[in-house]
Write a protein that binds this ligand. Structure first.
Ligand code: HSE
Length: 305
């Protein structure tokens, strides 16, 4: 038995929408999971840092095990073939995409005992927050909340003219570290500021009016605190906006920066890379589009692996 699927990368928070807003991007992890092999094994191509090549420490294997345990059905001799294009530990939701890939493949392999929403709840629980998991499952732009341990969300297809230019620096910022520095409590002023910016941003994205989005993406308490981990953060934002970006935000917990734009993608890429370089930091740049499809099963003809 063999299952083949792909899951998109995601950018979470979109500035003020902490642990709620997320957007699927056209960069993917692709997985073939098969059972009935001699032993459990993992074969990895593409981005690999920290993904774990041993079956026991591989995130996809661990996520699939949770599904098998809950279903009380564990196939023997599980083989994973993974082709990953999502930079790991850079704020593009690689762990959420890996968890989603593992859980959805495992579920299909044993005859779909769980619904999509049940798998989404399990994945958000394993990941710790829903903002990457939800767009990885359903694609598009999503707003999610958790109530009573369950994930609820709305999604829409964002404007297809919108591009997301992501600058990925060559250092890691573990989400755990980026969350540990955030205060337990915030002031009323910061609370109101967050609500205003999230509402303004979301409404702008819905009606496709991107004016003043820049202001909704900056001077956000949590982002200000986190940006101290990124040398030259303000300068990189400034340079991207000078090159034509509508606004720039930390991608998820960082350290990547995501610039939203309708024009000049290459110039923005160049400006961000140069600004990183001035800080002595090498970076990679991706010009991405919103992905409207979430996790999707692939037939043999269109397969890459
Ligand atoms: N919302 C999460 C955070 C995303 O910012 O910590 C982490 O990928």
């Amino acid at each position: 038995m063999k299952v083949h699927l792909r899951v998109p990368a995601t950018t979470a928070n979109l500035g003020p929408g902490f642990d709620s807003l997320g957007l699927a991007l056209n960069l993917y992890i692709e997985l073939v999971m098969s059972s009935g092999n001699d032993t459990d094994s993992v074969e990895l191509l593409g981005e690999m840092d920290g993904i774990g090549t041993e079956p026991s420490n591989n995130l996809i294997m661990r996520a699939s095990s949770l599904v098998f345990e809950r279903a009380r059905k564990r196939p023997e001799g599980l083989m994973l073939k993974i082709f990953n294009s999502i930079p790991i530990g850079k704020g593009l939701g690689s762990s959420a995409s890996a968890i989603v890939a593992g859980m959805f493949a495992a579920n299909r392999l044993i005859g779909d005992p769980f619904t999509r929403d049940e798998l989404m709840d399990m994945a958000a629980d394993m990941e710790g927050h829903p903002d990457n998991v939800v767009p990885a499952v359903v694609g598009g732009l999503t707003a999610s909340m958790i109530s009573g341990g369950k994930v609820y969300y709305h999604r829409l297809d964002p404007g297809s003219d919108l591009k997301i230019v992501v600058a990925v620096p060559d250092f890691d910022l573990p989400t755990k570290t980026a969350r540990a520095v955030l205060p337990e409590q915030i002031s009323r002023t910061d609370f109101i500021d967050g609500i205003q910016k999230t509402s303004f941003l979301l409404m702008g994205l819905i009606i496709r009016d991107y004016s003043n989005i820049k202001m909704a993406l900056e001077k956000i308490l949590f982002q200000e605190i986190r940006s101290t981990f990124i040398p030259g953060y303000s300068k990189i934002v400034e340079k991207a906006c000078e090159a034509g970006a509508l606004g720039v935000t930390l991608s998820g917990a960082g350290p990547s920066l995501a610039a939203f734009t309708l024009v000049n993608e290459s110039e923005i890429c160049h400006a961000m890379s140069q600004a990183f370089k001035l800080e002595g930091i090498e970076s990679r740049c991706y010009i991405l589009s919103p992905e409207t499809e979430g996790v999707s099963f692939i037939d043999r003809r269109s397969a890459m692996i």
